[in-house]
Design a protein around this ligand. Structure first.
Ligand code: ADE
Length: 230
């Protein structure tokens, strides 16, 4: 079974519509929908926004459904200069840009316990998702997605993420899902479509473009589910 997590309804509702043989179960206020897409069994959850919501959802999904991989889909703010609204980022690794124990000597983003800054995505699944996006004619960038409990809407924050973590996009869940997956030894991948450019214009751009961008990530994951046979 493949696990799929999105934060907001607009990031997963279009995918849930494609499910057959659906059943649902609500745990800790999060709805887990189980069904089949393209012949593949999936569990889809809407986590809510931010790292704690995403972590609770990923951990619950792992314990209850034992997915072979978790894929996080949705929108993000693009940082890599070639990225425009609607473009795609498939992460090769994720980090938590707001994790900061530098005062006691750690490097920025260091996560005590798993003792790393970067969590690596499953390369096989990420490569296939990337090919699906490119085959659809979408400009697709690979790199580090930086996660934090901050909607990045200032050039200064964007520049910090770029300089410290070489982040190509910013969002609010992927690093937390990666963190939980590393703790549980579950492979994961992160697919995001750009709703804004994580800059001074984001406040205006996000509400206008989020739904349209999210459609791109849903179309790509549908193509993936229709081609990937585990
Ligand atoms: N998701 C979409 N755009 C974002 C941004 N600018 N910052 C954080 N998360 C986002």
């Amino acid at each position: 079974m493949i696990g799929i997590i999105g934060a907001m309804a607009l990031e997963i509702d279009g995918l849930k519509k494609e499910m057959e043989n659906t059943s649902a179960n609500t745990i800790s206020g999060v709805e887990f929908s189980v069904g089949v897409i393209g012949g593949t069994e999936v569990v889809i959850a809407q986590a809510g926004v931010g790292k704690v919501n995403a972590a609770v959802t990923a951990q619950t999904m792992i314990l209850k459904y034992n997915p072979s991989v978790i894929i996080n889909i949705g929108v993000a703010g693009g940082i890599e200069p070639s990225l425009k609204i609607g473009d795609i980022v498939v992460a090769d690794k994720v980090c938590e840009h707001d994790m900061d124990t530098t005062a006691v000597g750690d490097e920025p983003g260091f996560i005590t316990g798993i003792d790393t800054v970067y969590m690596h995505c499953d390369s096989e699944i990420s490569n296939i998702i990337s090919v699906c996006a490119k085959d659809m004619g979408l400009h697709t960038v690979r790199g580090t997605i930086a996660t934090g409990d901050i909607f990045v809407a200032e050039n200064s924050v964007r520049n910090r993420i770029s300089q410290l973590f070489n982040g190509v996009a910013a969002e609010m869940e992927g690093g937390s899902i990666g963190h939980v997956c590393v703790m549980n030894n579950v492979p994961f991948a992160i697919l995001r479509a750009m709703s804004d450019c994580a800059n001074d214009d984001s406040k205006v751009d996000f509400p206008v473009f989020a739904a349209k961008a999210a459609e791109n990530s849903i179309k790509i994951i549908l193509r993936f589910l229709n081609t990937y046979k585990g």
